[in-house]
Design a protein around this ligand. Structure first.
Ligand code: HEM
Length: 488
């Protein structure tokens, strides 16, 4: 055996004499079940795959840190934001949404933008996207929406018909669609896009004052997008383009960074504001609520092992810290349940004990025990019940959340009649350049190419209500009659 090379072992640590030939009964005889070097290897291999994430299956991860650059203590008591200069280690995962784990990175799709801050008060996860709004605003619609983005149950193919058939029944989706079918739907890798909380969360300060908050992580690399042609070409040239680009930038000592800004709205303002600020299909005008700088996120270390870190990372909006609370945004409330639930399914009940998910900078103290793959000391001989006289951990009333009032009847309430077109109209008319609009029309029409006339006509009707120019140009590009639609 060569010097300085370790002896190969089984997973139980038994030295292995030979890794080239299975044990057999005689040179021509059958393979023996006593050969643990073989059985251990095959059994481990048989179980190598865990379920992929039901959405956001393909992603790239990176370690880094967050540093506070501005005093925000009058808005939140979150300890990791308590001092200018304070640094908190973090892990980030960027992703596409609909494709499977082997899918191409440059597909038109929102991009996931998930951050796990390892704070001294426990892990804080910010699970956002590169778009400030979303397609729907009630969690009961999420599984149906995602089914339209995944493969058709009969053909096993992706179907743009399903997407459009769903969207034409959700006029509120057209704000997000106007973003998705602009070139922002095909960002040039993960370094050149912004990240948003999309939801309103709540910041609470030490005196109990509450603000709704929206997060904007602005890329310091500048926004860069692919055109539809460039993105499609890249799918075949390098399906892992975004993953490789992020890895190489960090590996080459060129750490990407993002500046975090927030919009803050006193909770009382929300009652009289012109729209429901917990509606995720809306953005808050910067003229009403300007951006306030908070700090910088820098990604400077690649994972050592993709599976252990990136694949096993488990983010949840439920993982929060004192000073940051959920709002009543219905989508967010649905997500609070969905993420830890899917982690228990994907990784097991002790997903929090996997090193990448472990709140290693906080001192955890509780009475939860056992379960599959318990891989900590399981709190040794400490008591496993409470109340007790044994000096075990007790709850601290100071950690109580804010106590917002709720009124009204239990029921399946609709959203009333919000104006879902004013914001996509402003985006189309006032924010986009003529070149942006040309790309938007072309990209939308390309995607709608195989869609039925009935669905195209319904979509055109919505586009026309957003803005007649938008509707007429889409109608022309997809080959339906816009003026007739407009009179319907
Ligand atoms: C009711 C609505 C939603 C539901 C039920 C839902 C559910 C899920 C589920 C089950 C996963 C897989 C998690 C895993 O296996 O680790 C996931 C991933 C993800 N979701 Fe959502 N989602 C919703 C809306 C949203 C919204 C609005 C955003 C962004 C603002 C978002 C951002 C993400 C991101 C970034 C990931 C990937 C996290 C990672 O990198 O591991 N989701 N979602």
């Amino acid at each position: 055996m060569e010097k300085n090379r370790k002896t190969l072992t089984t997973s139980s640590g038994m030295p292995i004499d030979n890794n080239q030939f299975s044990q057999t009964a005689g040179a021509k005889g059958p393979v023996l079940i006593q050969d643990f070097a073989l059985v251990d290897k095959l059994a481990k291999f048989d179980r190598e795959r865990i379920p992929e994430r039901v959405v956001h299956a393909k992603g790239a991860g990176a370690h880094g840190y967050f540093q506070v650059t501005n005093d925000v203590t009058k808005y939140t008591k979150a300890d990791f934001l308590s001092e200018v200069g304070k640094q908190t280690p973090l892990f980030t995962r960027f992703s596409t949404v609909a494709g499977e784990r082997g899918y191409a990175d440059t597909d038109r799709d929102p991009r996931g933008f998930a951050i796990k801050f390892y704070t001294e008060e426990g892990n804080y996860d910010m699970v956002g996207n590169n778009t400030p709004v979303f397609f729907i605003r009630d969690p009961i619609k999420f599984p149906d929406f995602i089914h339209t983005q995944k493969r058709d149950p009969k053909t096993g193919l992706r179907s743009s018909q399903a997407g459009w058939d769903f969207w034409v029944h959700q006029p509120e989706a057209f704000h997000q669609l106007t973003i998705l079918f602009s070139n922002r739907g095909t960002p040039d890798g993960y370094r050149h896009m912004n990240g948003y909380s999309s939801h309103a969360y709540k910041w609470v300060n030490a005196d109990g004052d509450e603000h709704y908050v929206q997060y904007h992580f602005k890329t310091d690399q500048g926004i860069k997008n692919f055109t539809s042609e460039e993105a499609t070409k890249m799918k075949s040239e390098n399906p892992d383009y975004a993953t490789e680009d992020l890895y190489n930038a960090i590996d080459n000592g060129n750490p990407p960074s993002w500046t975090l800004y927030v919009q803050l709205m006193p909770v009382a303002d929300a009652e009289t504001y012109k729209f429901d600020v917990t509606d995720i299909t809306k953005v808050w005008p910067h003229s009403d609520y300007p951006l306030i700088e908070v700090g910088k996120m820098v990604l400077n270390r690649n994972p050592d092992n993709y599976f252990a870190e990136t694949e096993q990372s488990a983010f949840a909006p439920t993982h929060t810290v004192p000073g940051i609370e959920p709002s009543n945004d219905r989508m967010l409330q649905g997500r609070l349940f969905s993420y830890p639930d899917t982690h228990r399914h994907r990784l097991g009940a002790n997903y929090d004990q996997i090193p990448i998910n472990c709140p290693y900078r906080a001192r955890t103290a509780h009475y939860q025990r056992d379960g599959p793959l318990t891989s900590t000391s399981n709190f040794g001989g400490l008591p496993n019940y409470e109340p007790n006289t044994l000096g075990g951990p007790v709850a601290d009333p100071k950690a109580a959340w804010s106590t917002p009032k709720v009124t009204g009847k239990v029921g399946r309430h609709d959203f009333g009649t919000p104006d879902d077109f004013v914001q996509p109209r402003a985006l189309y008319k006032n924010v986009m350049t003529e070149e942006d609009r040309e790309h938007l029309i072309k990209n939308t029409a390309e995607h709608m190419a195989g869609v039925t006339k009935e669905v195209k006509e319904k979509a055109v009707k919505i586009y026309w209500q957003i803005d007649p120019d938008y509707g007429e140009r889409i109608a022309k590009a997809v080959g339906v009659d816009a003026p007739k639609m407009a009179k319907m």
